[in-house]
Write a new protein. Structure first.
Lengths: 299, 272
């Protein structure tokens, strides 16, 4: 890894969390991290693959409500960097042996950042109590909060990238040598982890109500994906047997599947009865029902 | 309290300033004690100063009020800000209790709606699309997601003024619309999860037990029932696991990791 790659990845790690807190451009998500880390490391497919797997693993994890959650973005950055730069560290193994443990440890640093910001909040309290309020200082102390957030990501990424390469190389050698069975197991884990994300998401979504769509999505896609991959296999076989066979077949386009789902959603929306004016007054009087409900649902 | 009615009217410049501060500074001060308190104050401090005047006891009082506990979805916070400023602009310090009640009353429901849309639905739909394309090395899905996020930012920019103009009735009007939209988006979300289970969990049975002289190809037998049965079973198992008491998502991830290392290491299950 070149020094500028370490620097850029560190910079990204520091900015990514600010993006998540503020604009939420989605470049702060694991799959966005995979894109950027892949570009920086010069291996876009590896970055995207690791980012995609981590994205799916945490698909339903966490809310914005304030609970710390597993930091799959930082995990993706480190896994991509090491997977590209360390010989023998495949993306699959990097997911389960680097990305997941890193993502879990990073939760502690997230907690630390949130504690650190309590200090600035107290400083604002003191500023307001002073005889002449220094308004600029109040605003500055809000913005200082960016520092704990940024550093909590940037510092560990920098340390890991700058000093961790030897350790990761040792692990990679072991997984390909004496501990080959463990390497195989970790590869399977990397392929299975997305299932966790789906299950967590299903816990959040009202699947009892919408079970029909779940079955439909699964069945339609299963049939199509088997069909598409069978045709691809067939085409490869025919092309090997007959040189004049040049047609190419691509895999199942997920965007098409998503559009099918969109059509169903539109149909569903059209079938929701519009509330009449009379019902509206009723809902207005019920508007205060959920007062004081603070939802910090932590999984 | 004579002369407590402020005379200041918010201008376009004020709205832009609040939106800028909300988009770039709202959650920087997030802390465990009072969460978004300082962020809320930060977004409207210049306007408070204009409404009450610098160094007045009213301003100090309202600054303290806004430093109280506050936490809501950072996608909807400016709706509450808009409602709040409409009250403070008209009633000044006399509206303090109204403002406090409104903030406390609305933050919970907006947090809940915001989380279900922006933490569950949008990732389920666009995150899943981005991930399934990225899995094949195609970055288009990520770019689509970024475009959607920018569109969302446009809405976040506009909602402040709408809330300020329409007042509290907006919240009840919006609730029906939002509920209908959320419910329909959920349909798409659930459909996508079904599609993802079928394509993104790439594992199969590799174990071929010998019964006498006949070898039994488990995967092939399962495929004849329905393809992708193993991924569906794994998701169902994790779903069941998550329902257990004291189970967290992190714990589940590690349980799956360990089980996979055992089943993969012994060669019962393999990656496709």
């Amino acid at each position: 890894m070149a020094w500028w790659q370490i620097l850029l990845l560190t910079l990204y790690a520091g900015l990514e969390i600010l993006d998540e807190l503020q604009i939420y451009s989605s470049l702060n998500t694991p799959v966005g991290a995979g894109l950027i880390a892949g570009l920086i490391m010069g291996n876009l497919p590896a970055g995207l693959f690791i980012g995609a797997s981590m994205q799916l693993t945490v698909l339903g994890v966490g809310t914005f409500g304030g609970a710390s959650r597993i930091d799959a973005t930082t995990g993706t950055v480190l896994a991509t960097a090491f997977s590209v730069s360390i010989k023998g560290m495949s993306p699959q193994v990097a997911i389960s042996s680097i990305a997941v443990p890193v993502a879990t440890i990073m939760v502690e640093l997230d907690v630390l950042a949130r504690f650190a910001n309590t200090y600035f909040s107290h400083r604002i309290d003191h500023l307001i109590d002073e005889e002449h309020i220094n308004y600029k200082a109040v605003e500055r102390n809000v913005l200082y909060g960016a520092l704990p957030w940024s550093l909590s990501r940037a510092v560990p990424v920098f340390i890991a990238l700058a000093f961790g390469q030897g350790l990761v190389q040792t692990i990679a050698n072991a997984l390909n040598g004496d501990l080959l069975w463990l390497g195989n197991g970790l590869t399977v884990a990397g392929a299975t982890l997305p299932a966790v994300g789906f299950a967590i998401l299903l816990r959040y979504l009202p699947i009892k109500k919408h079970a029909a769509y779940l079955i439909l999505g699964f069945t339609v896609t299963t049939l199509f994906s088997v069909l598409f991959s069978s045709i691809q296999t067939l085409a490869t076989g025919v092309a090997a047997a007959n040189k004049s066979f040049t047609a190419t077949f691509n895999g199942l386009p997920m965007l098409a599947v998503a559009l099918l789902g969109l059509a169903l959603a539109i149909l569903h929306y059209k079938n929701i009865p519009l509330k009449s004016a009379a019902q509206k007054t009723v809902s207005q009087s019920n508007a205060n029902d959920d007062e004081g409900e603070i939802t910090d649902d932590e999984l | 309290m004579t002369n407590s009615k402020p005379k200041y009217k918010l201008t376009d410049k004020d709205f832009n300033q609040i939106n800028r501060r909300s988009l770039f500074g709202y959650q920087l001060g997030w802390n465990y004690e009072r969460m978004q308190n300082s962020g809320y104050l930060y977004t409207i401090l210049p306007q408070l100063r204009k409404i009450y005047g610098d160094d007045t006891p009213e301003l100090r009082e309202m600054m303290k009020t806004h430093m109280q506990f506050f936490n809501t979805s950072n996608f909807f916070n400016t709706i509450i800000t808009g409602l709040d400023l409409a009250v403070e602009e008209n009633e000044g310090i006399a509206g303090k209790d109204t403002v406090t009640g409104m903030k406390v009353g609305l933050m919970g429901s907006f947090a809940a709606i915001g989380d279900s849309i922006f933490a569950s639905l949008i990732p389920a739909i666009f995150g899943a699309l981005a991930a399934s394309m990225a899995h094949e090395g195609n970055p288009t899905g990520v770019i689509i997601w970024v475009a959607v996020c920018l569109l969302i930012c446009v809405f976040r920019w506009k909602q402040l003024r709408i809330a300020y103009k329409q007042g509290v009735s907006l919240v009840t009007d919006m609730r029906d619309q939002l509920n209908a939209l959320t419910d329909s988006a959920t349909v798409l979300g659930v459909f996508m999860v079904g599609a993802l289970v079928a394509t993104m969990v790439n594992i199969k049975f590799a174990w071929v037990p010998q019964i006498g002289k006949v070898s039994m190809n488990i995967q092939n037998n399962l495929d004849m029932i329905i393809p992708k049965l193993l991924p569906a079973a794994v998701v169902a198992f994790v779903y069941w696991l998550l329902g257990k008491k004291g189970m967290s998502s992190t714990k589940v991830i590690f349980i799956v990791l360990i089980l996979c290392v055992i089943l993969g290491g012994t060669g019962i299950i393999a990656k496709i």
